[in-house]
Design a protein around this ligand. Structure first.
Ligand code: NAD
Ligand code: ZN
Length: 344
């Protein structure tokens, strides 16, 4: 008899290192079962890596994170007669990982998926945790699935070619992890030296992945603890929309962390020291947190369309003390926007 009660094990390996990815890709070549989805810029920057594998090259842009791209990837699977023994290896930033993971989750009701993040943001945040998806009808990440990768391969060597702006976009998420979960880590981030040294990169990526893995283990579906990872994202999301995506995700999150904390402070939910410490770390790393809203109606709609919102009220993740995040419910979007406006 088959044991129908066998426990499902969602655990997976996360390899973190520098300069090991060619070896891993060689292993896929040997098995011959991998299909690759590769970010176009990464493909052009590292052509040798992909010369012997079967690739679908994808231009990763937020406006192309949609059903058309998923359809193209599914056609690529079908054309290559993919079946459940094949594995999709997605190589790129958060967009490529989100779209690739989603396509893998629906093809034949799910084929294995390996994530190879190549931006700092995807290394420290999006590649671990199993959220996959696409934008739909102008709403970010509205359609998707929780689908855990089989493996995550993080080679910090990819960061050599990443722009400074994209790098700092990822670093804002690192500050978020520290502010909400780890006081000592936060103190280490106050220093500005050597952010790009291999040792520091591996240490930072490892720290963030450990924190995220722990949280996802306890709350995969974001009903409790995982909501704390949204610190900075409610206002951040509105800034992204209001700026027409000229402010990159992490930079918008940096702005969001500051104004959400300012709001919490004014409501008596955070103390002044936290606000000062946050401002301090953001200014050491030269984030521009003064934000002037372009279109108040759009900004307010974006705050309200935050899909974590219950009814008309918002739910905010805040850090009342550095290293100890918590949730504030029943937040009025109008009051939150006033806070962003007043402090310019
Ligand atoms: P991205 O995927 O757009 O990559 C940013 C840019 O960097 C792109 O132009 C890309 O071509 C380029 N690039 C990638 N790797 C490079 C490299 N090594 N060298 C040079 N250029 C390189 O952006 P991102 O910031 O990685 O991800 C943002 C996306 O991630 C958003 O769509 C967001 O919704 C999603 N996200 C998902 C989760 C999750 O849990 N699934 C979490 C956070 C963010
Ligand atoms: Zn984010």
């Amino acid at each position: 008899l088959v044991d129908l009660k066998k426990e499902v094990d969602y655990s997976y390996e996360i390899l973190i290192g520098t300069g090991f990815i060619d070896r891993e890709i060689n292993c896929f070549e040997d098995t011959g079962t991998a299909l690759f989805l590769v970010d176009e810029n990464v493909y052009n920057l590292y052509p040798k890596l992909f010369s012997r594998v079967c690739c679908f090259v994808y231009r990763a842009e937020e406006k192309r994170k949609n059903f058309d791209s998923v359809k193209d990837i599914l056609s690529f699977f079908k054309k290559n007669r993919a079946h459940r023994k094949n594995v999709l290896v997605s190589v790129g930033g958060g967009i490529t990982g989100d779209v690739g993971g989603f396509a893998a989750s629906v093809y034949m009701r799910g084929i294995p998926f390996v994530n190879v993040p190549t931006t700092f943001l995807s290394m420290v945040d999006s590649s671990v945790g199993g959220k996959t998806g696409i934008n739909f009808d102008d709403v970010k990440n509205l359609v998707g699935a929780f689908y855990q990768p089989q493996k995550v391969l993080i080679d910090t060597g990819f960061l050599d070619t990443l722009s400074g702006e994209e790098f700092m976009s990822g670093f804002a998420e690192v500050i978020k992890y520290a502010a909400v979960f780890d006081r000592d880590f936060f103190d280490e981030l106050k220093k500005s030296e050597n952010l790009k040294s291999s040792d520091f990169l591996r240490y930072t990526v490892r720290k963030c992945c450990e924190i995220k893995a722990e949280i996802v283990k306890l709350d995969e579906r974001e009903s409790g603890l995982r909501r704390l990872l949204n610190f900075g994202h409610t206002v951040g999301h509105a800034v992204e929309i209001d700026s027409g995506h000229t402010v990159k995700h992490g930079h918008a999150v940096a702005i969001g962390m500051y104004y959400e904390t300012l709001f919490a402070f004014r409501k008596g939910d955070a103390d002044k020291k936290v606000l000062e410490e946050l401002r301090g770390v953001l200014s050491v790393h030269e984030y521009d947190i003064d934000y002037k809203i372009n279109n108040e109606t759009l900004f307010l709609d974006a705050l309200k369309s935050d899909k974590k919102a219950a009814d008309s009220k918002l739910v905010l993740a805040v850090a009342p003390h550095i290293g100890e995040g918590s949730i504030v419910e029943d937040v009025s979007a109008e009051e939150l926007m006033e806070c962003v406006k007043e402090s310019v």
